[in-house]
Design a protein around this ligand. Structure first.
Ligand code: C5P
Length: 288
């Protein structure tokens, strides 16, 4: 069952939903001089997500429902808070609690979503009226996927993922998220990825029009690289396909899969699984 959280707003406290994302297609277009890769990817937010509660306080703190999540300066929430402070000069201490539901190292953008949600929250609580475009620019310094979350939930992303073109809704869809125990390091996957020279000649904007016309099935160029490190993921994909899903695809660099369509007889796997829906946000409101 999909869980929805409604934002609670007061002058000194915000409770915000921080959604996961999936990549309905992901093409790696080229390797860049700065070490990143240019992508062509359709991103969609979903109703699986964390909740961030942020309150004005006497001193800074970050707590998390999961003890294995670092709550020090390596956490993107802290980085987002500090980035906002640097931009505005506003040093108001904040008490932050993260209810963590999105699996980590899954390709579901959990950390990036938390960072974007934190930037949006700071802007609301401090009444700074920074535009979404500017918040997205700030977010780009924290991670390639952060700007996407300032879209309305469906966006075609290029560059290293940070050039975001807002899209209309692509319709409602129920989606199962399945995350095996294996964790994946995004830098490691990109390091091992070998560009197929023929890909370079593809006009990546064609991906979007063909996908929207139903001429291009969902795909992820990073799947094979992740499978080469974790062959059991390929087996899991086969198992899920054999249960009758129309699409079973890894999200981002993995290791989570999203499954579209109606399975014949879904045998829920012995690992994290969650039935979600596509999620969008209204302009001037956050998700949820
Ligand atoms: O931007 P972010 O910090 O999320 O990226 C993590 C790592 O993933 C980068 O340091 C880079 O090695 C790799 N990456 C990439 N191309 C992208 C996004 C990420 O090579 N478009």
């Amino acid at each position: 069952m999909a869980l929805f959280f409604y934002p609670f707003l007061s002058d000194c406290m915000l409770k915000l939903f921080s959604p996961a994302k999936i990549n309905l297609f992901l093409r790696v277009v080229s390797k860049r001089a700065d070490g990143y890769h240019n992508l062509s990817s359709l991103f969609q937010t979903i109703s699986l997500g964390d909740t961030l509660t942020i309150e004005l306080a006497d001193q800074d703190s970050l707590t998390c429902s999961q003890p294995n999540v670092p709550v020090n300066s390596s956490n993107l929430i802290i980085k987002a808070r500090d980035c906002f402070r640097q931009k505005t000069g506003i040093l108001q201490p904040l008490s932050i609690h993260l209810q963590k539901n999105i699996p980590m190292q899954a390709g579901l953008g959990g950390g990036s979503s938390n960072a974007a949600t934190m930037l949006w929250a700071c802007n609301q609580l401090m009444h700074t009226q920074i535009s979404d475009d500017q918040l997205a620019l700030l977010g780009a310094s924290l991670g390639s996927d952060v700007p996407f979350f300032f879209s309305h939930g469906t966006a075609y992303c290029t560059g290293r993922g940070d050039l975001v073109k807002n899209m209309d809704s692509i319709g409602q869809s129920s989606v199962w998220i399945v995350k095996p125990m294996d964790n994946v390091s995004t830098p490691e996957i990109f390091k091992r990825f070998r560009l197929n020279s023929s890909i370079d000649s593809v006009n990546s904007e064609d991906d979007l029009s063909q996908f929207l016309n139903g001429q291009l099935a969902p795909f992820n160029d990073l799947e094979e690289t992740t499978f080469s490190i974790l062959p059991n993921l390929k087996q899991l994909k086969q198992d899920l396909i054999s249960q009758g899903f129309q699409t079973v695809l890894m999200s981002g660099s993995g290791s989570a899969f999203f499954c579209l369509g109606q399975p014949n007889n879904f045998k829920k796997p012995d690992c994290f699984h969650y039935q979600a829906a596509y999620l969008r946000r209204h302009p001037h409101q956050w998700y949820g």
